[in-house]
Ligand binder design. Sequence first.
Ligand code: HEC
Length: 137
Amino acid sequence: MKAGWNTRDIPLADRAGRAQTTQGFAVKTAGLILFLGAALAWADTPREQAPAPSPERVRELVHMVRQECGSCHGMTLQGGLGPALTPEVLRGRPAESLVVTIIHGRDGTPMPPWVRFLNEAEALWVSEHLLTGFPAE
Ligand code: HEC
């Protein structure tokens, strides 16, 4: 009788132990899913939520585009070493793709990355204004 209890006790304890491990795994998995969900939600956050550049910053951006970018794309952005950046030439291009080019540059071409000089919201502002007609300084 006693031996019978003992043999049954072992698998019971074993099962309990395993149940706990499974629970721990479930908790960890749930945590991971929550984390991934949060990361995805963050990545999905529309860019519009990034604050638009302030009027002072806009003046700096216009100056940068006219001077720095203009040194390759032309002061009037009609093209030079780099292609024209006018609404006619850029028509139909998603602003997002221009943002990527501005932030990261184009490997293997003279187009340099500007990541150190403007953030994504600012690159989006520049792109949207290149697409609609860039303001004069
Ligand atoms: C050193 C020269 C140089 C400078 C400075 C430069 N670019 Fe460029 N850029 C280029 C070249 C060359 C290309 C074409 C790359 C290619 O062949 O794909 C280009 C491409 C681009 C494109 C893609 C155009 C298209 O039709 O796909 C955009 C947008 C752009 N540049 C924006 C800018 C902006 C904004 C700045 C300033 C913040 C800037 N560039 C500064 C040389 C330059």
